[in-house]
Design a protein around this ligand. Structure first.
Ligand code: GRF
Length: 193
C-alpha cells in the first residue's frame, strides 16, 4: 500500500501521544494522515491541541449514554463517516468491548507504558520500580479483546536508575512513547506494502 493510512486517534486526556502523531504526520514523507480525533472526555487537554493543529475533533462523552453498548455504537457511527484505515488509542481510558474490537480486525492499536507482557493495566511505573526492574519502556500493540495482550508491533526501553521515581520514569518513558508511536505506524504501513 503506497497511499497514506487514514488514522483516527482516540484520547481521554493530555494527548501528548496524539500530538506526536499529528506532528509526525505533518512531514510529507510520513505514511499516514490524521483525519480526526475523538475524545470521550469533553475536558481533555488534547482536544485543544488537536484544534490548534486544525485536526477535526469530536466529543463522544460516555456519560451521555445509558450503557457501554450505546456509547460504542456512537463511536462506530462516527467512524463510519470518517472511514479510517487505523484507529490509534492514545491515553484512551475506556475499556472497549470485544464486540467493538472485533468490528475492526487488525485496525486498532494502542500504546502502553511498559514492556508488555510485563505490567499490563494501570500504575505501570510504580509497579516496575517496586518490582526492582532494571528496565522498563513502552509497547505499541494491536488491540485484541484481552487487555494489553495483542500482538506487539514495537517496543522501546529505558534503564531504571536507582534514584528513579514514578515521575522521572514516566517522563523518560513518555519521550520514548513519542518516538515509538510514529515508528509503529511506519512499520504497519511497510507491512501492508
Ligand atoms: C501514556 O503514557 C500512554 O502510554 C498511556 O496513557 C498515557 C497517555 O498520555 N496509555 P498522553 O495522553 O498521550 O499524553
Amino acid at each position: 500500500m503506497s497511499k497514506k493510512l487514514k488514522i483516527v486517534i482516540l484520547i481521554s486526556g493530555r494527548g501528548s501521544n496524539m500530538e506526536a502523531l499529528i506532528n509526525a504526520a505533518a512531514s510529507p514523507d510520513f505514511p499516514a494522515e490524521i483525519i480526526g480525533v475523538i475524545s470521550n472526555n469533553p475536558d481533555a487537554k488534547g482536544l485543544e491541541k488537536a484544534k490548534e493543529k486544525n485536526i477535526k475533533t469530536k466529543i463522544i462523552n460516555h456519560k451521555n449514554y445509558d450503557n457501554k453498548q450505546d456509547f460504542e455504537t456512537a463511536i462506530i457511527e462516527y467512524l463510519a463517516l470518517l472511514k479510517p484505515d487505523l484507529i490509534c488509542l492514545a491515553g484512551f481510558m475506556r475499556i472497549l468491548s470485544s464486540d467493538f474490537i472485533k468490528h475492526y480486525p487488525n485496525k486498532i492499536i494502542n500504546i502502553h507504558p511498559s514492556l508488555l507482557p510485563k505490567f499490563k493495566g494501570l500504575n505501570t511505573h510504580k509497579r516496575a520500580i517496586e518490582a526492582g526492574e532494571k528496565e522498563s519502556g513502552c509497547t505499541v500493540h494491536y488491540v485484541t479483546p484481552e487487555m494489553d495482550a495483542g500482538p506487539i508491533i514495537l517496543q522501546r526501553s529505558v534503564t531504571i536508575e536507582s534514584g528513579d521515581t514514578e515521575e522521572t520514569l514516566a517522563k523518560k518513558i513518555l519521550e520514548q512513547e513519542h518516538k515509538a508511536y510514529p515508528e509503529a505506524i511506519k512499520i504497519i504501513h511497510r507491512n501492508l506494502l
